[in-house]
Design a protein around this ligand. Structure first.
Ligand code: SF4
Length: 722
């Protein structure tokens, strides 16, 4: 029996894995204490966790490197040495012809810390390119940017998740936690059973909202105005914690002035949230001794996502909450290692340990660990969407190496990005199955998956946990660490390129030592013994282990003066307002049985896969003549798709919702970027929706899915040619 954690979301529920001949059994793991298990002391898994072994032995598993024959266009099996030689030769040729930044690297928020670290090192040291970013940019970069600006540090939750239970009032903004990470919902139930209250802010009455005492249903893209209105009421009630604001923050008077104009009736006009509902929630916030606000993608994936998070942080600072136990602000990260992934160097502007690639001191520290001259390190590269949208353009990269990301499904404005991938001279994709992105590649490299390899992850709480290897990988696959090291050697990179995860972690610890995300005192043995260690965890000195840091901000924030920054922000609404042609708001999200681009979960037989659907209100359905289960056509300025209607009165009548796990959905979404975080506006764009049955069909369904794309057990509703 092997201790591990789930391969999916940022909760990283503990599980035990037992190999029995061909089968792998999964069971929830009860850890040593509640603090060491985010899903609760008794252990729990959601449906995705229970069925996580389902991908093992899948017929769709790739077990040999594949290289596309230029004449026939077919992918042909080759051995690993041949594949790596081809990739290294072509990367070298592209660099010689077009310069170092012509080679780009794209990582993922599901990669272990060790892989994210070594991938960043490969880009900077072996390829010498600044062009590296990862799909975590699309996950929580707005919350990360706001956290850095306000608190001087970015850790999703600055406290253990179980602290939720100690809050008197919990406000969830744009989070459907009960569906995206069901075991965490028990914390809400316990909070309420001891008299606490839950407020949910979401355009849809989700299964999380069904557990709430108050539900505010704003127009998508107006969460920021809701926060401004609540702070207006808190200030008007004289409930600002003046002593806290004076002693622990700067800039509050600017914020106070900025919310003065956001009286409840104005908020109602902008957001659709009733002024009386707003007053009720403000009353709750002013009377709660411990108020906690948690945001997630619904609030963050906007062109104003950073400002939206700052507005909610301002509210918690005004109430004097951050640093108080059972209170404060936090972000519920999405991907399994969205947090660790950006701490250790696969983000365009960061070096390991959350060091800055533009800081001379940080560059010198990391260069010393890597045994190179700091001048060899490239500078800051392009953010994820900016990188992908430049591929194959005259001043953009000519090659892309992708690890742990299914870009064709997950990128906003996905048709445009798919065209960019097809314009490359070289696309290399490492994956476990033939994802929609791998199907476009010139070289596909088959890699080990969860349970076949060890490595650390950093969950939504900043807790570093260890997934242990439980199985022998199939013949023909190699770990991402082997792949990276193999390429680095062929590219003539200086320094050591270890392939054992624990050795890589030892190097990561040294590179992070003294940084904001300091892992120097964390070891595999400590994680095994303690069930997880929270960063920052400084170096062991004179045999004394640093205990790790479950809770931040009790005495000081991360800025040099120890104070938090209150930063005045204002509402500006969606980047793409509704028009006569596109009269409804489209918002996207997840469903319980699927995970992110669905590359894994769509292939697991036990998980239901009914394809995408369009959720709409009965009033809207009636207006367009759509009936539940019948197809509707949804269009945005970027594309269109057909999917069955799901008619529910739990969504606003001016809004439609589509889950994004299938090809085609992100062809609709907007690529407007947040100016600070560079987060695309996945969560709102203007759309039209029509009943398919009432439309003349001018064309048929285009087989627009990339070659090799799969439907899993369900149907993919593809873009429609009309
Ligand atoms: S909640 Fe997340 S980590 Fe837990 S079992 Fe489900 S997918 Fe896995």
């Amino acid at each position: 029996m092997t201790d591990s954690h789930c391969p999916y979301c940022s909760l990283q529920c503990g599980m035990t894995l037992t190999a029995r001949r061909a089968a792998l059994e999964v069971a929830p793991r009860t850890q040593r204490n509640a603090e060491s298990n985010p899903s609760g002391q008794e252990g729990a898994l959601c449906r995705k966790g229970w069925t996580a072994a389902g991908l093992r032995g899948s017929r769709e598993r790739i077990t040999s490197p594949l290289v596309r024959d230029r004449a026939s266009g077919e992918l042909t099996a080759v051995d690993w040495d041949t594949a790596l030689d081809i990739v290294a030769e072509r990367l070298t040729a592209i660099r010689e012809e077009h310069g170092a930044d012509a080679n780009a690297v794209f990582g993922g928020g599901g990669l272990t810390n060790e892989k994210a670290y070594l991938l960043g090192k490969l880009a900077r040291v072996a390829l010498g390119t600044a062009m590296i970013d990862y799909n975590g940019r699309w996950c929580m970069s707005s919350a990360a940017t706001a956290g850095n600006q306000a608190f001087g540090i970015d850790r999703g939750l600055p406290f253990p998740l179980a602290d939720i239970e100690e809050a008197d009032v919990l406000v969830l903004v744009g989070s459907n936690l009960a569906e995206t990470m069901p075991p965490a919902a028990r914390h809400l139930d316990r909070l309420r059973s001891r008299g606490g209250r839950v407020v949910v802010v979401d355009p849809r009455v989700t299964s999380t909202a069904a557990r709430a005492d108050h539900v505010l249903q704003p127009v998508p893209g107006t969460d920021l105005a809701v926060a401004l209105g609540l702070l207006h009421l808190i200030d008007a009630a004289g409930a600002v914690d003046e002593a806290y604001v004076r002693e622990r923050t700067t800039g509050f008077e600017d914020v106070r002035r900025s919310v003065a104009a956001w009286w409840p009736e104005r908020v109602e006009r902008v957001t659709g949230v009733g002024a009386d509902d707003l007053r009720e929630v403000a009353d709750l916030l002013t009377t709660g001794e411990r108020v906690m606000v948690l945001t997630a993608r619904g609030a963050e994936q906007h062109a104003s996502g950073t400002d939206t998070v700052l507005a909610w942080i301002n509210l918690t600072l005004a109430l004097g909450m951050p640093g108080k136990r059972g209170a404060g602000y936090g972000c519920l990260t999405g991907q399994g290692n969205g947090q660790g992934g950006r701490e250790h160097g696969q983000k365009a502007d960061q070096l390991p340990g959350y060091r800055s690639i533009t800081s001379p001191e940080d560059r010198a520290h990391v260069a010393a660990v890597w045994g190179i001259d700091p001048a060899m390190l490239p500078g800051k590269g392009r953010s994820a969407y900016e990188l992908l949208s430049a591929l194959g353009t005259p001043d953009g990269p000519r090659s892309l190496l992708v690890l742990g990301s299914n870009i064709v499904v997950s990128a906003p404005n996905a048709s445009e990005i798919t065209e960019r991938l097809q314009a490359l001279d070289l696309l290399v994709v490492a994956d476990i199955v033939m994802s929609e992105t791998a199907a476009l590649a010139d070289v596909v490299l088959p890699v080990t998956q969860w349970a076949e390899e060890s490595g650390t992850m950093t969950n939504l709480e900043g807790r570093v946990i260890l997934r242990e290897r439980a199985l022998t990988p199939p013949a023909g696959v190699r770990s991402d660490l082997d792949l990276i090291a193999g390429l680095a050697e062929r590219l003539g990179a200086p320094g050591a390129w270890p392939t054992e995860p624990e050795e890589v972690f030892a190097e990561l610890r040294a590179a992070s030592s003294g940084g904001k995300a300091d892992y120097a005192g964390i070891s595999y043995d400590r994680i095994r013994a303690e069930g997880g260690v929270f960063w920052p965890c400084r170096e062991t000195v004179d045999g004394e282990d640093h205990p790790g840091t479950p809770r931040l901000f009790a005495d000081a924030f991360g800025h040099p003066d120890g104070r938090a920054r209150c930063l005045a922000v204002d509402h500006r609404g969606p980047a793409e307002p509704v028009t006569a042609d596109y009269p409804v708001h489209l918002t996207t999200g997840r469903v319980l049985a699927q995970y992110q681009s669905g590359a894994q979960t769509r292939r697991i037989r036990e998980l239901p896969d009914d394809g995408a659907f369009v959720e709409l209100h009965p009033l809207l359905a009636g207006r367009i003549g759509a009936r539940d289960g019948e197809p509707v056509l949804i269009r945005t300025p970027r594309g269109e798709m057909k999917a069955p209607a799901r008619v529910l009165d739990t969504i606003r009548p001016d809004t439609v919702f589509v889950p994004f796990h299938w090809v085609g959905v992100n062809k609709l979404t907007n690529d407007a970027l947040d100016p600070a975080s560079r987060m695309p506006e996945f969560k709102v764009c203007a759309a039209s929706v029509e009943s398919w049955n009432s439309q003349p069909r001018v064309g048929d369904f285009a087989a627009a899915a990339p070659a090799g794309s799969t439907t899993g057990t369900g149907e993919i509703h593809e873009s429609v040619s009309r």
